[in-house]
Write a protein that binds this ligand. Sequence first.
Ligand code: TTP
Ligand code: MG
Length: 374
Amino acid sequence: MPRIIAHLDMDAFFAAVEERDRPKYKGQPIVVGSDPMEGKGRGVVSTANYKARKYGIRSATPISRAWQMSEEARKKGFPPAIFLFPNFKKYEKASFEVSKIVSKFSPLVEPASIDEMYFDLSPSVLFRTHPELVEGMSFCGNYKKAGSICKKIKNKIKREEKLTCSIGIGSNKLIAKIASDFKKPDGLTVVEKGKEEAFLENFPIRKIPGIGPKTEEILLRHQIKLVKDLKKFSKVDLKKILGKLGDDLYYKIRGVDDSPIVEKYEIKSIGEQETFSKDTFDLKFITGRMVKLSESVFERFEKSGFKNFKTITITVRFAGFETKNRSRTLAKPVSDLKTVQFEALKLLSPFFDKRENPKKKLIRLIGVRIEKLI
Ligand code: TTP
Ligand code: MG
């Protein structure tokens, strides 16, 4: 049965929520991330709104660099960026409200991250649950109708949540995902059945999910820049160049993907990290921050709707960026703050002695995450 799948991705999500909730910053360039400390801050940018992106600021830009870019813009007479800390509880709430709106239009919704979701608009699915939405729609698939449903979804999100999003519609998840990114922000892109290959051909290869910086580098060495360059290679050739990934890619670049929509709520973990303002080996300070981070993570867990968890994971990043994760999975599920704090500190303590840190390297960042949520 042919499918019609949509992918929705919120625009500049964290920054858009902040801009909505703080009217005094409306229309200003906004950067959500760690404290820039007038250019001496050491974390990174979570996201920047589109005004701040004009200054070159992006997700994962070092916050010190973002500050410099804002200063350069200020010197040219543009408004400097407003730097704000992330407030995950607010973003989780907005994300939940958006998925509630989408659920009114489709019975099959897959939350894929905090700001994106896939949903099924196939007539065969909607006929069963939302007959009013598919009146006059034929079983062979009607992309116009799917487009008009998505317009309604976008309007409702704008009206009720005061946020914009971009949606892509296609015959599978892969095409929908690439299409949602095609006209950002506030875009709607429909790729009808049969038009998938033509749609993909002129994209740079990095747009294909699964092609990261390393694969891109390998392919560039073979003069492959665009999807259409990649299409000249046979399946056997691609396998020779890229191994198993080559096999997958052969189909992806032809728009073929039959992965299903997975309905379950996909939060896999709740966690937070903190980059210290200075690399440190101060036991009292670091354990104090770990206790606080655990509290903050636990508060979010309490609001998440999950009842228990089984795994606690910590992250330690040394001054030289070497990063270690350590986990403990408990025999029985738990749901209390004391356990998170106790286990996190127990996992952390070897980093203060020769068990995990014989050279007494300074610590740059710590994080804590709870996983196996039930
Ligand atoms: P994205 O959807 O990748 O980015 P975005 O919503 O900010 O912007 P766009 O309009 O291009 O979709 O990520 C969603 C949120 O996830 C983003 O608002 C902040 C967070 N995030 C990080 O914290 N760090 C990162 O490196 C990225 C990519 C995202
Ligand atoms: Mg987004």
